[in-house]
Design a protein around this ligand. Sequence first.
Ligand code: NAP
Length: 304
Amino acid sequence: MKAVICTRYGPPDVLQIQEVAKPIPNDNQILVKIIASAVNSGDVRVRSLDVKGMMKFVMRLVLGISKPRKPILGTVFAGVVETVGNKVSKFKAGDKVFGMTGFNFGAHAEYTAVHQNSKVIEMPANASFEEAAAIVFGGHTAIYFLEKAKLADKANKKILIIGATGSVGTAAIQLAKHYHADITVVCSSEGKKLAGELGVTKLILYDKEDFTKQTEKFDIIFDAVGRSNRKQCKQLLNRNGIYKNVNRYASETTQQLQLLKELFEKGAFKAIIDKTFQIDEIKEAHRYVDTGRKKGNVVLKIGE
Ligand SMILES: NC(=O)c1ccc[n+]([C@@H]2O[C@H](COP(=O)([O-])OP(=O)(O)OC[C@H]3O[C@@H](n4cnc5c(N)ncnc54)[C@H](OP(=O)(O)O)[C@@H]3O)[C@@H](O)[C@H]2O)c1
């Protein structure tokens, strides 16, 4: 099968398309023919190892010293179940599924084998493969942090979302809207259009003003791009206000996928797709995500 191999850490040129063995599912795994994936900020970070100080050392220990131990990158997928292992009861051949491989990576390839109990569920009935692949990364991260921030506890919570136009930010806006929050976002003049399309009317343009000088106060501040710190935002929080920063670890669950599927089917969560690249254009896709300026998500088209 065709796969994107990360030959070492470095610029997008370290990525190569190679023919590798198709995975063979074990008794509890399903073999998924991947139709679409996404290239996310996490993928380019693993490829480039662009992290500071001790984190570089920690990441090498976790991912591989001189190159990724698991050379096929990619953590999200949408596709069709091709075969199932002998003990698989949850899925059958032909099911359309989407999910996340996380630290097992392997989604930038024509096939992946995943455990039936891993983060994989049936796709939203009304989603295309591209849409299903696009909602996973930002969606699960935004759900994780906004659940921690107790967003759903009551309506009309005042939330400030810093960095509203990336994968996590656009997902956070949609979740905040779903839970009837009063939303203010921090984005650039360039991102204003997209934020408006997502229904946000209160915007602070970071290239025109300093959001920390706001007089308004919030119940939740969620930094979806990791550019602020708690101290800087303290005066913007109401009493008992909660500050969350995406820089902290977020864990992935099947429940998050389930929620995304439900919201997508209800029309309460849309896939925000900036660009779509073919698997052979993987270097271009990484170069684009490397800019840190994508709007929403970048889809990687793999199969038909
Ligand atoms: N904890 C976890 O498990 C986890 C999971 C996912 C992501 N993350 C982290 O979350 C961050 C965001 O991820 P992502 O995938 O959403 O990134 P992304 O899609 O690449 O974010 C790009 C967006 O950020 C906006 N942006 C850039 N600088 C900004 C600034 N100073 N203020 C406001 N907006 C700014 C850009 O818009 P403009 O250029 O127009 O401003 C662009 O739309 C990354 O650092 C990533 O590593 C963490």
